[in-house]
Design a protein around this ligand. Structure first.
Ligand code: B12
Ligand code: SF4
Ligand code: SF4
Length: 253
């Protein structure tokens, strides 16, 4: 069964796939896997190569490459889910790449399910100095997603080798200083730099708007800031920094 599933997934164009027993997923801050699928037995972790578009000096173009990958990744998840149901009568749920994301008052910017811990459990890589997962072949330039199923599928071996070269290029090229403390990403510092038109910026705009005169308000609608906020609101999150991915030398050819 494992080989048949793996073949189907790789034939779709997914770059790599790994399997983990639900008991081997250890993400202390996440929710129990049973809260997504009570009869869950296996996590299927999917790896997609981030396009070299992420190197573009234009962050808009870099983001466009991310959106391309996301469209493909969503289509693959949907097809794999249907295949498992059709072939094995499996119960399957697809876990979000990033969004939609639950917004709990007591845990800001923390997802209910950790794609990174799932990938590590499924033998798809190890954590690097930048707190991202490094894949043995593709390095840091990967996007991760996962499906959870009630099927029992033989798990992959975990990678024991440290894939990080400890060159600190990620730390030195982080414009926000968000990686200065080893083992911790400063979420506030990263978010302000990598998502300058996210929820915080939206709130700030409307607070300023409500305290402004009608003339000032008219001018605020003409600002670039308003256009970018609208774009993020309608298209989904827009990232303005890819540095910790693009400067990591592992797997880059
Ligand atoms: C919210 C979020 C963010 C937030 C906050 C992240 C956070 N809380 O740390 C912000 C905006 C800061 C962010 C930034 C980025 N993100 Co982000 N993010 C997410 C998202 C949606 C949820 C993360 C989360 O809350 N997980 C739940 C918590 C419990 O688990 P965790 O974050 O995996 O674990 C943290 C701790 O538990 C701890 N930890 C626990 N065990 C261990 C063990 C070791 C050895 C280490 C070092 C750390 C560690 O470190 C982890 C990082 O803080 C995930 C997708 C997902 N659902 O997993 C993407 C995701 C993690 N992001 C990703 C990326 C690429 C980015 C950015 C490069 C932005 C961009 N341009 O895309 C930056 C990189 C920042 C960095 N170097 O850490 C990718 C990572 C791919 C990879 N190669 O690993 C993911 C997996 C999206 C995806 N589906 O591919 N992100
Ligand atoms: S995405 Fe940019 S700001 Fe955030 S940690 Fe990576 S390099 Fe730093
Ligand atoms: S840039 Fe260097 S230190 Fe940072 S994760 Fe990659 S190999 Fe490790």
């Amino acid at each position: 069964m494992k080989e048949k599933i793996k073949k189907f997934i790789l034939d779709l164009g997914v770059d790599d796939v790994g399997f983990a027993k639900v008991e081997d997923y250890h993400s202390p801050k996440s929710y129990p896997i049973a809260s997504f699928l009570p009869e869950a037995r296996t996590i299927i972790s999917l790896v997609f190569q981030e396009l070299d578009t992420c190197e573009s000096p234009s962050v808009t173009i870099a983001m466009n490459g991310r959106l391309d990958m996301n469209s493909f990744q969503r289509s693959c998840s949907y097809q794999i889910n249907r295949f498992l149901k059709r072939e094995f009568r499996a119960k399957v749920v697809d876990m979000p790449y990033s969004y939609p994301m639950e917004l709990h008052k007591d845990r800001p910017a923390i997802a209910d399910f950790s794609q990174r811990h799932a990938a590590v459990a499924a033998g798809m890589g190890t954590f690097g100095r930048h707190n991202l997962v490094i894949h043995p072949r593709f390095g840091t330039r990967i996007g991760l997603t996962a499906l959870i199923t009630n099927l029992e599928i033989e798990p992959n071996e975990k990678i024991e080798q440290d894939l990080c070269r400890h060159c600190d290029l990620c730390v030195r090229n982080c414009p926000a200083g968000a990686l200065d403390e080893a083992g911790k990403t400063s979420v506030g510092k990263c978010i302000r730099n990598s998502q300058p038109y996210g929820l915080g910026a939206n709130i700030a705009f409307w607070q300023e708007f409500s305290g402004s005169s009608p003339e000032e308000q008219k001018n605020m609608f003409m600002e670039e800031r308003y256009g970018r906020l609208q774009q993020a609101g309608s298209m989904g999150m827009q990232y303005y920094c890819f540095n910790c991915m693009k400067f990591c030398p592992v797997g880059v050819r």
